[in-house]
Design a protein around this ligand. Structure first.
Ligand code: MEV
Length: 302
């Protein structure tokens, strides 16, 4: 039996804009999805998932992984067991982590010889098949770990502050939100395109500040990014309430992470302020998760 795990992620910059080729900065977080794979007489997919329990959400990803991996290994029957610390449909990259960890588990179990870049690109193809217009961000970060700039695939210095995730608990459909932005863009191209371009420019400006560990300046830009996400209609009352609660409690920055419309927000804070910010989020009735950046992407578990 083989066990592989892969991390979730938060966007520091650039969700939605990255779908249109703009740059994003994404950060792997220390919450992982574990996938066990063993040979079996039929195909079985079992899952114990985060807090939302939307088991059926992960099946389209895993069954596609099995189908595609048949081209690389002699896979007849296999039992896949998924166990995740990442809530599903909340913008923390749970589907990418399930996909990448499943590819790597089968890659190891059947000695298929896929390199990490190949794992990431197969993951991206599968995300696109299931979700529609998906960028390579989630699968790349989950495979490689660290803080990365996409589409450049440039690794930035690790984030040394605390990361607090606030989860509204409201399921958010990436497919739907990406489609809504596409519609808005079609209706008002002269307004929406400059917003998406500016989000991409912010990622480039922020790169230097991440690398210099200058979180105050980077945080100001993250807050501007939040305003632009609101402008393209992916905010929402619940997320905004958590964003402002975190900022009022002393967060360096706070914004939506991922598709928006529900799901999660992310706040950055110094290690000593992190608990205060988590409490402010909990006081609004949401789940708060304290985490940090991990440098490790997909890995074999003992
Ligand atoms: C979803 O986590 C992030 C989006 O930018 C979609 C994508 O990049 O595929 C909204």
């Amino acid at each position: 039996m083989i066990t592989c795990s892969a991390p979730g992620k938060v966007y520091l910059f650039g969700e939605h804009a990255v779908v249109y080729g703009q740059s994003a900065i994404c950060c792997a977080i220390d919450l992982r999805t574990r996938v066990q794979a063993e040979e079996h007489d039929s195909i079985v997919i079992e899952s114990v998932l985060g807090t939302t329990g939307l088991d059926q959400e992960v099946h389209p990803y895993v069954s596609r992984v099995i189908e595609k991996m048949k081209a690389f290994g002699n896979i007849r029957g296999v039992r896949i067991h998924i166990d995740s610390e990442l809530p599903v449909g909340s913008g923390l990259g749970s589907s990418a982590a399930v996909t990448v960890a499943s590819i790597q588990a089968l890659n190891q179990l059947y000695s298929c010889g896929l390199q990490l870049e190949e794992v990431a690109s197969m993951g991206h193809i599968i995300e696109r098949e299931v979700q529609g217009n998906a960028s390579p961000t989630d699968t790349y970060v989950s495979t490689m770990g660290g803080v990365v700039m996409i589409p450049e695939r440039r690794r930035l210095n690790g984030l040394e502050c605390s990361i607090i995730v606030g989860n509204t608990g409201k399921f958010s459909s990436t497919r739907e939100l990406v489609a809504n932005v596409a519609k808005l863009r079609q209706e008002f191209p002269d307004i929406i395109d400059p917003i998406l371009n500016n989000i991409g420019r912010m990622s480039h400006l922020a790169e230097e500040h991440v690398n210099r560990y200058d979180y105050e300046t980077m945080g100001k830009l993250m807050n501007v990014n939040q305003g632009l996400l609101d402008a393209i209609g992916v905010g929402g009352a619940e997320l905004s309430e958590l964003v402002y609660a975190a900022r009022d409690a002393g967060a360096i920055s706070a914004k939506i992470t991922g598709a928006g419309g529900g799901g999660c927000m992310v706040a950055l804070a110094s290690k000593q302020d992190a608990g205060k910010i988590a409490s402010a989020i909990r006081n609004k009735g949401a789940e708060a998760i304290l985490t940090s950046n991990t440098q490790e992407g997909v890995r074999l578990e003992p």
